[in-house]
Write a new protein. Structure first.
Length: 156
């Protein structure tokens, strides 16, 4: 009998998950307001989806006005992509996530340096990148640190 009760409790927990993840009403007021469009279907959403929605709502609440504007712009840009473009971006992101942490940090720093450049310089570098052959791009990407434009390194 004890085993049956334990099994029933375990099965119930597996099917329903922790109560706090399922009860929309127990979310903080600010999260409930943001997640209101999901309220009716909340209990049917998988727990992982609920947690992701909560995380996103918390991030949104922590953003300032400029960060929110940029997030909206990024979302609109994402929505305008076709399925093939989205798949390519997801694949690149997967490859990035599989890189060693040190290499990820190097790439992030390179991207930050790129973003800090004046728009005209970014445009010039993008144009130069487009003129490279796939082999040249691959060679450049293997470099532990992308060359800085001010040093005049790289091919083009």
């Amino acid at each position: 009998m004890k085993t049956r009760s334990l099994l029933a409790a375990l099965l119930g927990w597996m099917l329903l998950g922790p109560a706090s993840a399922l009860e929309f009403e127990r979310l903080p007021e600010d999260l409930r307001q943001l997640l209101a469009p999901f309220e009716e279907q909340w209990r049917q959403l998988p727990e992982q989806r609920q947690l992701k929605l909560q995380q996103g709502a918390r991030r949104w609440l922590e953003m300032d006005a400029e960060q929110r504007r940029q997030a909206r712009d990024n979302f609109r840009r994402w929505q305008s992509l076709d399925a093939q473009q989205k798949a390519a971006i997801r694949a690149r992101f997967q490859r990035f996530r599989q890189l060693p942490a040190e290499r990820q940090q190097q790439l992030k720093r390179s991207f930050q340096r790129f973003r800090a450049l004046p728009p005209a310089e970014r445009k010039r570098l993008k144009s130069r990148w487009k003129r490279l052959t796939p082999a040249q791009r691959k060679q450049l990407l293997r470099h532990p640190r992308f060359p800085r434009p001010s040093k005049g390194g790289g091919k083009g």
